[in-house]
Design a protein around this ligand. Sequence first.
Ligand code: SF4
Ligand code: SF4
Length: 473
Amino acid sequence: MADGNGHEAPKKKPSKKRAPDLNTVFTINDDGSRNFLQVADVKGKWHLRRNLTYSFLLLAFAVTPWLKIGGHPALHFDIPGRSAYIFGGTYTNQDFHLMFFLLIGVGLSIFIITSLFGRVWCGFFCPQTVFMEGIFRPVERMIEGDRIARMKRNKESASVEKTSRKFVKHVIFIFLSWLFSVMFIGFFIPIREMVTLLPLFPGHSTALIWSLFWAGMLYFDYSWFREQTCLIICPYGRLQSTLVDYDTVIIGYDKKRGEPREKGTNSGGDCIDCRRCIDVCPTGIDIRNGLQLECIGCTNCLDACDDIMKKIGKPEGLIRFDSSRGFETGTSQLLRPRFWIYAVVLIALFGLFIQRAGNRENFHITTMRSQGMPYTIDAGNIRNLYTMHLQNKTDKEQVYFIAAADDALQSFEGVTYIIPQPRIVLKPLGDQLLTLFAIMPKASYSLPEDFHFAITDSASGVVQTTKVRFRGP
Ligand code: SF4
Ligand code: SF4
């Protein structure tokens, strides 16, 4: 436009600053390089609630391996011993089928929570977010300063201050990664034994290798990969679009109230296009573009926008928890048919889990015919050889008695059994292979016949039988 003297007003240079959109991943540049985010600090009521949740989870993570219930670790997975202590219950590999109910139950619970409240798991409970937002990001801010300071320093050429800040940050990151990896493997290797071997685990190469492996993974993730884990690796984010619907409560932007957004004026909607909600977003999206796969429900934009609204004297909640229906019509329907279907299936699964877990046997037997020849003939007798695997599934020493069952090969003349160890003592969660023989005169044998051995648990008096087949020529 020309002024009164015919001079053209200087043309505004088009801004080169890239803005998040729905067609590209903001954290990856056009040339494929990384657009490393410098996330701004935020304070607010949701920030406080999240920090309280993170503190509780981190405390539980630190303390649980040390807790004992009934003399055993509260939560411990003994992989070489193929057993686990889970909050007072003792489980062996023979209980593995219960994992099916557990995993389906956990999956379904996440379905229900997501269909009701969107990605509240990601924002409040996922370890990736808890460690990133609860530990590593605050440490980075403490050492390198706020977003502006970090961005400014990153543009500067190398200096003693810049290098030393980065060096200190990475040393602390490496230490924290190692510490968390040791705490994590404390769920698999008894923690009391492990701490006496710190830091190099002499004589325990498994602990050393796994602690270094996880420390490396955590350091890579939290120092560099960060939000890419949520955007590229985590499958749950991809599922989000199938789990949420019109009535799911999500973090969203109230377009009706916010638009048209007007920078620095009071004439449009409530959004003043300050971009604060983008600057605080750990995945670099613009929530005003609508629900996106990248949104991890962290509530940063919600707190940031509330803060702006307070400053400009407008009501809070331009960005808030609400359903798409709520944003459009002002009404919501939280408990809908989808929820009830999920809930009924979950209750049924939970009931089955309780029933199966409650009916677990205290000992497990597997008996197999010996490998190789099905039988041998010796001095006019047919001899069958069996191998029995007996497993004590309790956390106490147990005594078992082994005998042929009452019905065993009764209709055959002259049958005898050789049970070299009729009394077996098994230590807690211990197991043993046993050899058993059944012998029948050749003259008595006609066809293959099934029969049973009986194993009695001396403590409970429970008798279990195991079926085998007697074979001959
Ligand atoms: S923080 Fe609020 S006011 Fe600022 S750009 Fe985002 S939605 Fe608009
Ligand atoms: S859009 Fe908001 S809630 Fe979603 S990840 Fe970004 S800051 Fe967090």
